[in-house]
Design a protein around this ligand. Sequence first.
Ligand code: IPM
Ligand code: MN
Length: 353
Amino acid sequence: MKLHIAVLAGDGIGPEISVQGVEAMKAIAERFGHDITFTSALCGAAAIDAVGDPFPEETFNICREADAVLFSSVGDPKFDNNPNAKVRPEQGLLAMRKKLGLFANIRPVTTFDCLVHKSPLKDELVKGADFICIRELTGGMYFGEKKEGDDYAYDTNAYTRQEVERILEVAYEYAGRRRKHVTVVDKANVLASSRLWRKVAKEVAAKHPDIETDFMYVDNAAMRMIQEPRYFDVMVTENTFGDILTDEGSCITGSMGLLPSASTGESTPVFEPIHGSWPQAKGLNIANPLAQILSAAMLFEYFGLTAEGALIREAVDASLAQNVRTPEIQVEGGAKYGTKEVGAWIADYIRKH
Ligand code: IPM
Ligand code: MN
């Protein structure tokens, strides 16, 4: 297959993990005879520094013309505690989502048996937990009308029926291929927007009688996720709730550096780790490249290249089994591997299998 990939490395550890994602993809291209080309583009703080815009028009055009985007992370502490900053790196990510119409964010929470002991939860709770959070990504408070005054500020959590319907359809599609269980997460006891979600969800659920649907308030869902993570199969929710719940989900698995995601919608799909730019680790060769490499697996799977995705997953499992791991998940007394070494080991495994 011919694929043209836009590579947006961004800030912090982004550039380091990005290289490893690209290396894994190049290894797959060689192994399976695909023709994959890569074009790098600026985003985030790196783009603000270079051209004053966190998602420049040129980057947008490169993304739009590509078959997929391999994204890493954006964010820089120099903007975080500066309320006067006019542009922020995160706005680049939001602009990308909006301009590419990426309304569906697919965040699988997959646990690895050999890492359950790294989870803050008890082993017996975590073992076998495997669910997907489908997060609505271009609506809600992130994009609603807002006002930011000195003494008064607000954000608006607005959703249309059409926005709710299309994200629910994505959830049912995933559930149909999995354990046929959708949990709709909302706050319908308080929020009008959530009541619309619930009303629409009941209608969509009726069209999918083969799939079990239940409804859960977000506060309860946050609790249930740590009490009984195995309860969930496909969870679907609005933008802000999804942001919060997926950080919680990533922590269940033992390391934030393990979880990939896909954002799909109207234009080019984007594949990215769910973690941030971890600026403190920049340049130290300690960031875990697995979430980025697994994002590349999701990219191949999106194009129906399941054997390619499976080989990446096999390589990741093998690296963990052989303790080729970055420091935050390495076993006691285990050898030292950095971002580069783990990435190189995985690329090498792909070429040889
Ligand atoms: C995420 C991130 C972003 C979000 C930030 C960086 C804007 O936390 O992808 O989850 O809030 O969506
Ligand atoms: Mn987040």
